[in-house]
Design a protein around this ligand. Structure first.
Ligand code: IMP
Ligand code: MG
Length: 179
């Protein structure tokens, strides 16, 4: 694995751009929550690295929790139903919640999670995603914090994988190999 890997293409978002963007998102969250305690909910596994960097850029009392989800096989694209593999450990009633995701592709995962968590009565619920597809008309109303818009095509690195590989790459790069 490395630059010579024939399955990896060009860098989509490099480590320096990621670092700057994460700092910017952290500043925005710090300002927007004005010191109020916020619970960041990372969606496993892809968002773990982003969340780890993001919390260090927030100057406010933060707690973290995680959820893990998986799609219901091939019906996901049409039904938008995802299965919760690991649920939150905390009661989120009355809490200020920020869902932290690696990439918003079709948006089905986040819209399902948003609906599910809103039913638990948080004080607020916002979404922060590092990446989002360029073609995503519903994005503006659903997502308050977006890092980068990228075109269609599979990307890996900085937590994102293909078949559990490449999560450790420090840059986000195109994956050009077999899936
Ligand atoms: P959505 O429900 O279609 O928005 O799917 C979002 C999820 O699909 C993300 O949380 C990722 O786990 C996965 N995903 C979508 N596109 C990519 C990609 O290019 N690389 C790695 N994972 C991706
Ligand atoms: Mg994911």
């Amino acid at each position: 694995m490395g630059r010579e890997d024939p399955n990896l293409g060009d860098v989509v978002v490099g480590r320096d751009a990621i670092k700057h963007k994460v700092a910017e998102l952290g500043r925005r969250l710090t300002e927007d929550y004005g010191g109020r305690p916020v619970l960041l909910v990372g969606i496993l596994k892809g968002a773990w690295m982003f969340l780890a960097d993001l919390v260090r850029e927030i100057e406010a009392p933060v707690e973290i929790d995680f959820m893990a989800v998986s799609s219901y096989g091939s019906t996901t694209r049409t039904s938008g139903v995802v299965r919760i593999i690991k649920d939150l450990e905390q009661d989120i009633t009355g809490r200020e919640i920020v869902l932290v995701e690696d990439i918003l592709d079709s948006g089905l995962t986040l819209s399902y999670l948003r609906k599910t968590l809103l039913a638990r009565g948080p004080a607020s619920l916002e979404i922060c995603t590092l990446l989002a597809r360029e073609e995503q008309p519903d994005l503006e109303e659903m997502v308050r914090y977006t890092g980068f818009r990228i075109p269609a095509g599979w990307v890996v690195g900085y937590g994102l994988d293909v078949d559990e590989q490449y999560r450790n790459l420090p840059d986000i790069v195109w994956y050009t190999g077999p899936k």
